[in-house]
Design a protein around this ligand. Structure first.
Ligand code: UDP
Length: 239
């Protein structure tokens, strides 16, 4: 069996993926499927840290567009990532996996507060680490949180699971002529303004030399394939 290409990974799962075929919220069957993907990576020998978005429940920008104060709206989005993290932690635990959620915002009766040292400690013990609450700050996204945690936890790669199978020159759902890249540089993504992750996340990954692998997380088994360097994905690197 092929060995993992990366020893320690940060897997980013967007909140929307957790909706499954539902229009909103957390579909526990889909969380179970995502947990199986994580377990397959751990079984293959990888150390796995997770960042889960909150877009299936609440996005700060949507609240602000309806007149809410942006900071409060972003705090609500941050709480949504905590709800998703708790769902994932519970499902992983029920499958016999030791998973620890660490929150960027202190909530001691719910979980441990995030620190890089604690995260690395749990990873070294073979536990799955769920980094909840994004960066803990409004005006950021969980993509930026994922790049930040990948750097802090000394991950070998950031695996960005989305609903498309890589980075395209335009939105493939809107433009049939959109070209898919097997490989692209961080600077090219920024120069072409390709919105696969927000620019702050791209710059953070670039400046810390963390390769980003963009792939579709909707098909079962894809995370483990990407971990081993096979399957369909776009690799984003410095040059
Ligand atoms: N959020 C934030 N700071 C962070 C991470 C997230 O304010 O560091 C808020 C923001 O309002 C965002 C929401 O949480 O819209 C959900 O996160 P995101 O949109 O990144 O989730 P995803 O699109 O990955 O599901």
């Amino acid at each position: 069996m092929a060995k993992p290409k990366y020893k320690r990974i940060l897997l980013k799962i967007s909140g929307e993926v957790l909706m499954g075929s539902e229009p909103f919220g957390i579909d526990l069957k889909t969380v179970g499927r995502m947990a199986d993907e994580v377990i397959a990576c751990a079984d293959a020998g990888a150390e796995v840290a997770l960042v889960i978005g909150g877009g299936n429940i609440f996005r700060g920008l949507a609240g602000a567009a309806k007149g809410m104060d942006r900071v409060s709206a972003d705090h609500m989005g941050i709480m949504a990532t905590v709800m998703n993290g708790l769902a994932m932690q519970g499902v992983l635990n029920s499958k016999g996996v030791d998973a620890r959620m660490l929150s960027a915002i202190a909530m001691p009766s719910v979980c441990e507060t995030y620190s890089a040292a604690k995260g690395i400690h749990h990873l070294e013990k073979g536990r799955v680490v769920i980094c909840a609450a994004g960066t803990g700050l409004p005006f950021f996204t969980t993509d930026t949180g994922a790049a930040l945690r990948a750097a802090e936890l000394k991950c070998d790669a950031l695996l960005k699971g989305t609903s498309v199978d890589g980075v395209y020159s335009a939105d493939p759902k809107k433009d049939p002529k959109a070209k898919r890249f097997d490989k692209i540089t961080f600077n090219n993504i920024l120069a072409k303004d390709l919105r696969i992750m927000d620019p702050a996340a791209i710059a953070l990954a670039r400046d810390n030399g963390i390769p980003v692998v963009v792939f579709s997380i909707r098909e079962a088994g894809n995370v483990e394939q990407v971990l081993k360097g096979s399957g369909q994905f776009t690799l984003v690197t410095k040059d």
